[in-house]
Design a protein around this ligand. Structure first.
Ligand code: ADP
Length: 323
């Protein structure tokens, strides 16, 4: 009998998840495995909602955003009873390995499951936030920053025409990767992220000085998870300090959607295939990632316990770039 490798997508969806599913199915099948898709992440696992995926089932999806397997958040899986049920269902369906495409929450769940289930568990980093240790980039990040950048460029046109200050909130619950990339590429005057402490009075002073140097418009990028509590609060506190009116734009969920970029499709294809390789090699409790152009497996526990830093070089340049 063929060995059975299941795959699911979980947590926040990210463009490129479909390309990863396709790669797992095609490479897994080509290597003699039966690949099984589980619908709606851990929710579907708990109800045994799974079906065999053939190479033809993943035709024409590499270019589609979202995930054909659907995704969910599942409170029950966080309980020991829920995970016992998941173990029983995986045994009942004779699953030998499970590929989890998701973020750090998904990997925490996978690690907890691995303590009671004897099958192999391999993670694939799929989240727009890029906040996963063990891989330079996560699947979906490149598409998300390009989508956000497109919006920033449009906002700059109107900001410039009206001499306005815009405070733009981008995604990033606990990290400023999206904010940093979008801020640098969009020529933002300020980038406020959870990783770097900042003083709004200082920010206000720099904005006023920028005006005195002849800057007519300003864009302040705010990561949703920064300490003030998001763009609305930043604008409320900053406007009186700076002495200027401010407009707020929250980019929100549009950053999650859309056609994956070439970079995301390449990464998803490689990491999906590498996850299959790791399964065949007998690995478990690890995430497939790419660091410095080299594929590598990192223990799931390290993916969230170790912190991937923001690009300090770019952080150090920000004041000069905005001068
Ligand atoms: P992401 O994977 O994008 O970070 P979440 O943080 O929402 O998304 O996690 C996805 C799912 O993983 C949760 O809904 C839950 O079912 C499971 N999960 C998250 N954290 C844990 C945990 N500490 N223990 C067990 N399961 C967890």
């Amino acid at each position: 009998m063929k060995r059975r490798l299941a795959v699911l997508t979980s947590g926040g969806d990210a463009p490129g998840m479909n390309a990863a599913i396709r790669s797992v199915v095609r490479v897994g099948t080509a290597r003699g495995l039966e690949v099984v898709g589980i619908r709606r992440g851990y929710k579907g696992l708990l109800t045994g909602d799974m079906f065999t995926l053939s190479p033809r089932d993943v035709s024409n999806i590499i270019q589609r955003g979202g995930t054909i397997l659907k995704t969910s958040r599942c409170e029950e899986f966080k309980t020991p009873e829920g995970r016992q049920r998941a173990k029983a269902i995986l045994e009942q369906h004779k699953i030998d390995g499970l590929i989890l495409i998701g973020g750090d929450g998904t990997f925490r769940g996978g690690d907890a499951l691995g303590k009671i289930w004897s099958g192999q568990i391999i993670g694939v980093p799929g989240t727009i936030d890029n906040d996963v240790y063990g891989t330079d980039y996560t699947i979906g990040y490149d598409t998300a920053i390009n989508t956000a950048l497109d919006a920033i460029d449009k906002i700059r046109d109107t900001a410039d025409s009206h001499d306005r200050i815009f405070v733009v909130e981008v995604m990033g619950r606990h990290s400023g990767f999206i904010a940093q990339a979008v801020g640098v590429c969009g020529g933002a005057e300020e980038i406020l992220v959870p990783e770097e402490p900042f003083d709004l009075a200082e920010v206000a002073r720099r904005i006023r000085e920028g005006r005195q140097r002849g800057k007519t418009s300003s864009i302040i990028i705010v990561a949703e998870g920064e300490e003030t509590g998001g763009a609305v609060k930043v604008a409320q506190q900053l406007a009186p300090l700076a002495g200027y009116d401010m407009r707020v734009v929250i980019l929100g969920y549009l950053q999650r959607g859309g056609t994956p970029t070439a970079a995301d499709r390449l990464l998803a294809t490689k990491l999906g295939a590498y996850a299959v390789d790791l399964f065949i090699q007998g690995a478990t409790g690890v995430m497939a990632g790419e660091v410095g152009g080299i594929l590598c497996a990192t223990p799931l526990t390290e993916t969230w316990s170790k912190k991937k830093p923001l690009d300090k070089y770019l952080t150090g340049l920000q004041q000069q770039l905005a001068s």
